[in-house]
Design a protein around this ligand. Structure first.
Ligand SMILES: [Zn+2]
Length: 399
């Protein structure tokens, strides 16, 4: 690649990420910016201001997804799109999602200051509620946009306090006018931290995922009989928490038992009445099952005796081969080492991939840690991945 070809301003990318990290930042150096919270509103306001500063055409849809477009010479051709999400996990990290939004923003800033025009429109997006922590399921914004979820169903989703997605979207002023409906997209690139240990371990800079594991989320309810902890003999109990504990161990044993590429997690548990001297009578816990093999994922849940509800189910994603090869080729042209892999984490790219050619770009996560406050990625790696994104966008936008 010609050394005079445009490059990302790594310093500016760093300060953009640091500025966003102050909105909902935690004392432990992480982020607590749940979807549609006051902090989310503040981050959105700043993001919209940045889009305005580079003269993008801004639109906000009914799901609060924010788009900024730099019109191409042939505005009627399907656009090239890139972005990710600005919401975070509770006590999550500074890079998850944010790197993909700020990387795309930086690419658009470079196009503008270098006066680079493209044949197709290049657009950036911030998807709403990617994490799904506050309003499950995950990827609600891109899911509605891609036609996988109904808009009004999404509006009705409650958080743990019973507040509805639609009301909270309205409250923070981001229920937009544009229909939350897919538009023709020529190519979608999502830039993201790996969130796993592989790239760091093998010493490679750019991860090139060929797809994303399928994910199923369950809620499991276990019922017992509440009673006084003292007078009730051990053989006369119906303890819901003990039953749930046995199930949690079974969930953990599933991957080893079933073989194949699968991971299972119980991450959330509610115990009632949650009192030290009452035998628990109601427990709800979550199960997260992921596999490249969708049938394995389905079989894992068969034969469970408790009441169980599927909260979310998305089959495994196979990205567009041409775009995946473009990411790999661009990384090599820029002189970065690369590695072909699969994403264990879910991304908006999974839904966009159902309606448009899609690929992702990964950079290493230090210590393989993510969804935690210590989540970190070297600034040089942030810059490298953004350069790959910039040149993938340019090539696709001139097709
Ligand atoms: Zn993410």
């Amino acid at each position: 690649m010609n050394p005079r070809d445009p490059r990302i301003n790594g310093q500016r990318l760093k300060s953009t990420i640091e500025e966003l990290a102050r909105i909902g930042g935690t004392p432990g150096g992480g982020m607590h910016r749940l979807s549609l919270s006051d902090a989310d509103k503040k981050a959105r306001d700043l993001f919209v201001q940045w889009l305005r500063e580079i003269d993008l055409e801004i639109s906000i849809d009914e799901m609060g997804n924010i788009f900024g477009e730099k019109p191409g010479e042939k505005a009627d051709l399907p656009m090239v799109l890139s972005g990710s999400h600005l919401d975070t996990q509770p006590f999550g990290g500074r890079f998850d999602g944010i790197l993909g939004v700020t990387g795309a923003l930086e690419a658009l800033r470079v196009l503008r200051e270098s006066r680079i025009e493209t044949r197709r429109t290049v657009a950036i997006v911030n998807w709403t509620d990617e994490e799904g922590t506050r309003f499950p399921p995950a990827m609600l914004g891109s899911g509605v946009w891609a036609g996988r979820f109904d808009r009004d169903w999404a509006y009705s989703r409650p958080d743990v306090q019973g507040k509805k997605f639609g009301e909270e979207l309205e409250r923070i002023g981001y229920r937009g006018q544009a229909p939350a409906r897919k538009r023709p997209v020529h190519a979608y690139f999502e830039y993201h931290i790996e969130q796993g240990p592989v790239l760091e371990k093998i010493g490679k800079r750019i991860g090139v995922p060929k797809g994303i594991l399928g994910i199923t989320w369950y809620d499991v309810w276990v019922e017992g009989k509440a009673n006084q902890a003292g007078p009730t003999p051990m053989d006369a109990r119906n303890d819901a928490l003990v039953a749930a504990a046995e199930m949690v161990l079974k969930v953990n044993e599933l991957p080893a038992k079933m073989g194949g590429n699968m991971v299972t997690t119980v991450g959330e548990i509610y115990n009632a009445p949650n009192s030290r001297n009452i035998i628990p009578d109601r427990v709800r816990f979550t199960v997260d099952i992921r596999s490249w093999d969708d049938s394995l994922k389905k079989r894992a849940a068969e034969g469970c005796p408790a009441r169980m509800e599927v909260i979310w189910d998305i089959p495994h994603t196979v990205f567009d081969l041409n775009l995946v090869q473009r990411v790999e080729k661009t990384a090599r042209q820029l002189g970065y080492s690369d590695h072909s892999m699969v994403s264990g984490a879910g991304h908006d790219a999974a839904y966009v991939n159902q309606v448009a050619p899609t690929a992702m770009i990964f950079v290493p996560s230090m210590g393989g840690r993510s969804h935690v406050e210590v989540e970190n990625t070297a600034w040089e790696d942030c810059e490298a991945g953004a350069n790959v994104l910039l040149h993938c966008l340019l090539e696709s936008a001139n097709e």
